[in-house]
Design a binder for this molecule. Sequence first.
Ligand code: CA
Length: 473
Amino acid sequence: MVAGTHHVSDRRPNILFIMADDHAAHAVSAYGSRINETPHIDRIANEGMRLDNCFCTNSLCAPSRATILTGTYNHVNGVQTLSTEFDARQPALPGLLQEAGYQTAIVGKWHLGHGGVHDPRGFDHWTVLPDQGRYHNPVFIDMDGTQRVIPGYATDIITDLSIEWLSRRQADRPFFLMVHHKAPHRNWEPDAKHLDMYPGDLPVPDTFFDDYTGRSTAARAAKTRVADDLRLDDLKRLLPPGLTQDEQALWKYQTYIKDYLRCVASVDDNVGRLLDHLDEQGLAEDTIVVYTSDQGFFLGDHGWYDKRFMYEESLRMPFVIRYPREIPAGSVGEALATNVDFAQTFLDFAGAEAHPRMQGRSLRPLLRGERVADWRTSVYYRYWEHDDGIHHVWAHYGVRTERHKLVYYYADGLGLPGTSNQVFAPEWELFDLESDPWELRSVHDDPAYTDVRRELAAELARIQAEIGDKPHA
Ligand code: CA
């Protein structure tokens, strides 16, 4: 697979894969964040490549993790929703790297079920949080099934345990280490060190007071609004008295976003610790370092927190990667990438065969700065939960090209919460991301977009057929 097209040394790289939970790209300064600085994550981008169009194929924790491990879409790996546990016996990246001679480990959030076939497989070492885990004094489950409480803050401890494993691995074989942070997942609990960050107010997104006109009913139906749906126990504060409705919404936003960013600051510090460790051990040249998140997140955009939707803020994954031997420093990749590609990318770098079931494509030539003439021109997305009863985000699928996005909400039988049993028909949205980057006005019924709409509908059907997913009947 690597073949003669790559000019590479025989040395197989180590792979350090650092993943946060719910860390949106627009809260990374390398991606132009208006609200925070992430100097250590930025360092990876500055010394390597930043991917600007890397997308998840289902904006939810467990489904994205299953995709990253297996290189398959969720209808293939079986983790369409949060209520399906992962069957870890299926062919996956860690086991394939292990067979290829890598030492493999995962530390931190697993979130794919526990016990029997759901435990991590293909790892020489694992120590993981049960389910979501705790921010403070977290419990860890070890390979022998024992559980232990480790005093301290989860993000620091996950890094400590990672460095500990790196220090005692066999130095003569390459490693693959997944460092999976719990942060900055809800409910956002910063550590003492970062509690005083952001004393003043932070910028509010332009779309914070979005009224959802111009979009499908699904946008109005969602119960993920900062103003109405973010609970005070998530914010761990009492609402100040005497605020108007808009002032309450802004107070909630400021409280939420500051705690979220304080959690991110700890993640960034700990990325720095890992980079320093590689430097100290003389491993920086030989190690691929990735920083990403399982999906994006709404940071008050459209008035929302949370994810699930195919809108840009939740669809886009931050993805920065450093590998001095192959990836030009300070480069930016524009090609359409997805989390389905990660497994094949790492296997390619490792000189190992991808499993025939895998459905992505190695990003390696793109990361090297090569042009790939037949690279994909669209990406597929499917959010499967038909309404989880809490967030009320309707199931949908769609396709995004460089410029356009077509989304189909097959929400038959669903209505707006609290409005009797009114039933809505399925709905479509089409966005022109060039003229409407914030996705405020669907042009699905605009006659000027008839051809675009037809092309995208055909592309959606083509991708579904290609990957073996079935349209909603
Ligand atoms: Ca997540």
